[in-house]
Write a protein that binds this ligand. Sequence first.
Ligand code: NAD
Length: 349
Amino acid sequence: MSEWNELDKGGFEQFIWCRDQESGLRAFIAIHSTKRGPALGGCRLWPYASEEDAVADAMRLARSMTYKAAAAGLAYGGGKAVVIGRADDPRIEQQFEALGRFIERLNGIYWTGVDVGTTTAHMDAVARFTRYVTDMSGTLGGTDDWTADMTAYGLLHGMKATAKRLYGTDRLRNLTIAVQGLGKVGWALCRYLHREGARLIVTDLSMRLVEHAVREFQALPIAADRIYDAPCHIFAPCALGGILNLSTIERLHCRIVAGSANNQLAAPQAVHIEALKQRGLVYAPDYIVNAGGIIATAAELDGDGPRRIRSRVKRIARTLEDVYLVAETEGMTTAAAADHLAEHALRNV
Ligand SMILES: NC(=O)c1ccc[n+]([C@@H]2O[C@H](COP(=O)([O-])OP(=O)(O)OC[C@H]3O[C@@H](n4cnc5c(N)ncnc54)[C@H](O)[C@@H]3O)[C@@H](O)[C@H]2O)c1
């Protein structure tokens, strides 16, 4: 089975198939690395078309959590849980309770939390059977949009560091920033950018969100399929992954790409990284600039409060400066430089 080759080649430590007949739970937990500490990574709830799709997603996500945590200097590794199912399943609560029992058996080498499709209520169910869970009711991570807000805050500081490198100042006032996606992160980012005096161009599949952003931030709306053509200083992909391909890269009219979406580069990544470089665009690697959420989660687990968490998230700017420096001195792309820093952190625990 090709997935087993991937597990072997990708250096995974454990891969667990969680099946509970009573509740109907079908889930996988991928633990990519615990070298720097317990594996952190939320739980995705998705109606995967097949178990193979769920396995592939769990692997891809767990591996990128390892890199994200390592590059951010966290004493945590990377893992991910994926549940095959739907939020409206009448047995969903029991399924998450069963997942909690599986996680408890891992004895703290994997901590779960909220991800796409899951909510604080799901984590409350998990927490009935294990303490290795974040984002439950009563925690910061379980507070409305806190994690997304921290992701946006980190992205803001990543943008500032990149602007400083390119324009000599980290002020974003009067820069034009095109934001793709006005969900939890995109919205919080617009709020921060508006306060900074940046000019916004926005798009989303929801017209309601676009109209709201026009009113709230005096943003310029643009159709979802035209965002790549928008003349701007920074393009911020905050919707889906895989949106940077040869045709979209060709259309970009920006100097910087910095957004929250995971895995922004379509496969094969190396081709698209090279295309960005050829076009003279500065690419802020996604897992460096969107690490605010995991930094906030790790900081909360370490016992930090909101002020200290914000200052830890802000350090994304320094990590990004390191990435740019390595890229320049070693003649690498910024994506390769990010991998280099993460792999160095993984080797030198
Ligand atoms: N929430 C976090 O803390 C966090 C952390 C790291 C990375 N991310 C990544 O950032 C991205 C956004 O996360 P989120 O939590 O804001 O998600 P979300 O689901 O709240 O918002 C996504 C938004 O994108 C819009 N959208 C989807 N396809 C679009 C398209 N083609 N054009 C324009 N808009 C489109 C949706 O309508 C939605 O409003 C995701 O890729 C996510 O994986 C999120």
